[in-house]
Design a protein around this ligand. Structure first.
Ligand code: ATP
Length: 235
């Protein structure tokens, strides 16, 4: 579904991602793990069209998307839940969700069923639907950010550090929901520093270090790899 081919991405003179090959097949959950500053967010933003590529290509369902602006990529089915949630200020929970339907909804279409689906997934959001999004707890805001990405009706869901800043129990709760979403067959690329959680939900994973892919394999292979165990799993 997604193929990144020899991608190099720079912020000015800072090369953040070098020569990266990465693939996500339809129906898979793929994790991209790595420490602070490894280049994970840079790569995700580039797939969404928020950063430019220096060299290489990104193809979605067989076609290069490099020349497409972000809104076209969203219309094609690429939808991102950003690092740090980025909940829209001044909008209620429900308004934050409805905003994301702009990629497909015309004035006469209803998004009631889409709202019902995310409220089933995250019942807390239904209880809080009229409350300002910013007044939610960190965990609830993360649930809102994921739900907002789902409202765009994605075929490829990009999740940037869904566990960031959450207490361990809440991070687990968010990942339990990610697993439920994955089990519906939706294709997911998740960027994460919390390697334990990411490898628990992923089919396959890539390890990014200083902008380069240094390891990749099935989640089980990486969980048992001594280099991953020592550097990322603390044992
Ligand atoms: P984290 O987990 O801390 O978010 P990350 O793996 O997502 O880290 P990136 O945010 O992609 O890493 O950063 C990769 C490198 O690019 C870092 O060295 C960072 O300082 C640099 N970088 C990121 N954004 C910019 C920018 N807008 N301008 C200049 N350098 C940047």
């Amino acid at each position: 579904m997604l193929v990144c081919n020899k991608l190099t991405i720079a912020h000015g003179d800072v090369v953040a991602v070098s020569d990266v090959d990465l693939e996500v097949r339809a129906g898979e959950t793929v994790a991209l793990i790595g420490a602070n500053g490894a280049g994970k967010t840079t790569l995700l933003h580039t797939i969404s069209g928020l950063n430019r590529v220096r060299t290489g290509d990104i193809a979605f369902e067989g076609k290069s998307i490099l020349s497409m602006p972000t809104d076209r990529r969203v219309s094609l089915g690429i939808s991102q839940s950003p690092e740090g949630r980025k909940i829209f200020p001044g909008l209620t929970v429900e308004e934050n969700l409805v905003v994301a339907t702009a990629s497909w909804k015309s004035w006469r279409q209803s998004c009631a069923e889409d709202l019902d689906r995310v409220f089933q997934l995250f019942p807390r959001l239904k209880e809080r639907r009229s409350q300002l999004g910013w007044s939610l707890s960190g965990g609830e805001q993360q649930m809102l950010a994921i739900s907002r990405a789902l409202m765009a009706r994605p075929r490829l869901l990009l999740l940037d550090e869904p566990s960031l800043g959450l207490a361990p129990r809440l991070a687990e709760e968010v990942y339990e929901r990610v697993k439920v979403i994955a089990d519906t067959g939706l294709t997911i690329l998740v960027v994460e520093q919390n390697t334990v959680l990411a490898l628990a939900v992923a089919d396959r994973a890539y390890v990014l270090e200083a902008g380069r892919i240094v390891l990749n394999g099935t989640a089980a292979e990486l969980r048992n790899d001594p280099r991953v165990r020592e550097a990322y799993l603390g044992r």
